[in-house]
Write a protein that binds this ligand. Structure first.
Ligand code: MLT
Length: 273
């Protein structure tokens, strides 16, 4: 499936993909796209399957699951359609669900991935209780045809305490983004997330560059989970970027710090060994 995306920056430049979290869309990267494109990179920012302008796939039925491997397949289809083929490995930057998709893509086609930036995510699977909770929520959303209770409660877990106190408008912004997601897509994605594989044995095999970005106030992918991921990737201290006063949605909560962390990593990739 080809994804609708922003595609900015010089055509022949090195490519970075920005992959959004659940149940959001590409507008969560709004603050990063301009500076990255202005830095001379080609920035591709898709709406993942079911979300934003991509919408639900044809023939989508209640009870379906969007699994992370399908979402990764969508990335390859989209890159091929944009003329970014196997000869041009890309940097994948994914937040939370976007990180799960980035990992799935790197497992599938490591030769097409130059580097990984994993923000506010994890490489482990859901435990049985989390998976069961997601499946229950998916069923409830399909039965009611509404995501209202998720939209009301989830942003309070996603945004850090400091953001909620100092930037309360972001709660409305995140709720608006979530309300735009079709209930059937949200339910199908919940089922796919519940089924995602454990990658903790794979991450130690990744030998190309990587960086993690950590929200110091993230309660969804807490700093200790991110540091354990960084340990498995054997990352140096400079590739474990902690963002103060931010929860799970670091690119929206502390946009400049995240943009800086992305640019510094890309600058290093560009330097000859
Ligand atoms: C996300 O931000 O993408 C979600 O918190 C991911 C998840 O629910 O595991």
């Amino acid at each position: 499936m080809r994804l609708d995306c922003d595609d900015r920056g010089p055509r022949d430049a090195t490519v970075i993909l920005l992959l959004h979290g659940f149940p959001l869309d590409r507008t969560m990267w709004t603050h990063q796209i301009g500076p990255l494109a202005d830095s001379g990179r080609r920035v591709v920012v898709p709406d993942l399957r079911g979300f934003g302008r991509t919408g639900t796939p044809p023939c989508h039925q209640p009870g379906d699951a969007f699994v992370v491997d399908q979402m990764a397949d969508d990335l390859w289809d989209t890159l091929d359609a944009l003329g970014i083929g196997p000869a041009r490995p890309v940097t994948l930057a994914g937040l939370s669900m976007g990180g799960y998709v980035a990992l799935a893509a790197a497992v599938q086609r490591p030769e097409r991935v130059a580097a990984l930036i994993l923000l506010n995510t994890r490489d482990g699977a859901d435990d049985p209780a989390q998976a069961a909770q997601r499946l229950e929520l998916a069923a409830a959303i399909e039965t009611s045809g509404s995501t209202a209770s998720l939209v009301e409660s989830m942003p309070l877990r996603l945004l850090g305490a400091t953001t909620q106190a100092q930037q309360p408008h972001l709660l409305d912004q995140v709720r608006a983004m979530m309300s735009a997601a079709p209930p059937l897509s949200v339910a199908a994605t919940l089922r796919g997330l519940a089924a995602r594989p454990d990658r903790t044995n794979w991450t130690p095999t990744w030998t190309k560059p990587a960086r993690v970005i950590i929200g110091n106030e993230d309660v969804v992918s807490p700093p200790e989970v991110m540091h354990a991921l960084a340990d498995r990737l054997r990352l140096a201290p400079e590739d474990r970027v902690a963002i103060p006063q931010a929860g799970h949605l670091t690119p929206l909560e502390q946009p400049q710090a995240v943009t800086q962390a992305l640019l510094a990593f890309l600058d290093r990739l560009d330097q000859p060994e």
